[in-house]
Design a protein around this ligand. Structure first.
Ligand SMILES: [Zn+2]
Ligand SMILES: [Zn+2]
Length: 241
């Protein structure tokens, strides 16, 4: 595979530019002095992982990119599924069958993983249509909630139009819909705030009667009961406004 000349990675945020070299990063706006080729990226960075439990592992580039969010790997039914995808491409990982995206902000090197491991990339149709997504190949652009190998997908809109969260067994994958600010959870401000609020309410209806133990977010893995306290405060604050 000759990707060295055609794919660039912004070292400020990890955004992969497939087949073009703009003056500045379409995602974070950093100038192209911050770009390296995907091949250089694979040499300079590696993927580090840690186990969330016996079936779930978090994946991230090391050293870390400024903005890159954690991806997660789920091993079940003798297959490997990813939720989101690291910015760095590595040939040293267990082959993944599918990559399910929460949204289109951190598509990472999913096109390279897709090609090398013959995996299939799924994203909500709305997020596949975003300009940041238009060079990335997707195998399935879903339009409805689904369940696949025990992994449940729920479209809630908001932070991005296609934002989808996932539940596998007792683990919730919420990426950056809620972010930490001064020790508290807030709604991700990078999106339309009213529909992000609506999505948060929809999210809570979907999870409130579920048995969840752990929350896997963009930069944290945390016990659900602790997270929920913070989350309920956030919901209360939003309903007061
Ligand atoms: Zn960038
Ligand atoms: Zn995001």
């Amino acid at each position: 595979m000759n990707y060295s000349q055609t794919q660039f990675v912004c070292e400020k945020c990890g955004y992969n530019m497939i087949g073009f070299y703009p003056k500045s990063c379409p995602f974070c706006g950093a100038s192209n002095e911050n770009f390296i080729t995907a091949k250089e990226c694979s040499q300079k960075y590696k993927i580090v992982s840690f186990k969330v439990n016996s079936k779930v592992t978090s994946l991230k580039s090391y050293p870390s990119f400024g903005l890159e969010h954690s991806a997660y790997s789920i091993s079940t039914n003798n297959k490997v599924f990813w939720i989101d995808c690291p910015s760095t491409f590595s040939k040293d990982l267990e082959p993944m069958d599918k990559i399910f995206f929460t949204h289109n902000h951190f598509l990472g090197a999913s096109n390279l993983y897709r090609g090398y491991y013959t995996s299939f990339v799924w994203i909500h149709k709305y997020d596949s249509e975003h300009p940041l997504s238009n060079k990335h190949p997707f195998d399935k652009k879903f339009t409805q909630d689904f369940k696949f190998s025990g992994i449940e997908a729920f479209h809630i809109n908001g932070h991005t139009r296609g934002f989808t969260f996932y539940i596998f067994e007792n683990i919730l994958f919420i990426c950056d819909y809620f972010i930490k600010s001064n020790g508290h959870l807030i709604l991700n401000p990078y999106g339309p705030i009213e529909s992000t609020k609506k999505g948060a309410q929809k999210f809570y209806k979907l999870v409130e009667n579920r048995e969840i133990e752990t929350v896997c977010g963009y930069n944290y893995v945390i016990d659900y009961q602790n997270w929920k306290k913070d989350f309920l405060m956030l919901l209360k604050k939003n309903s007061e406004k």
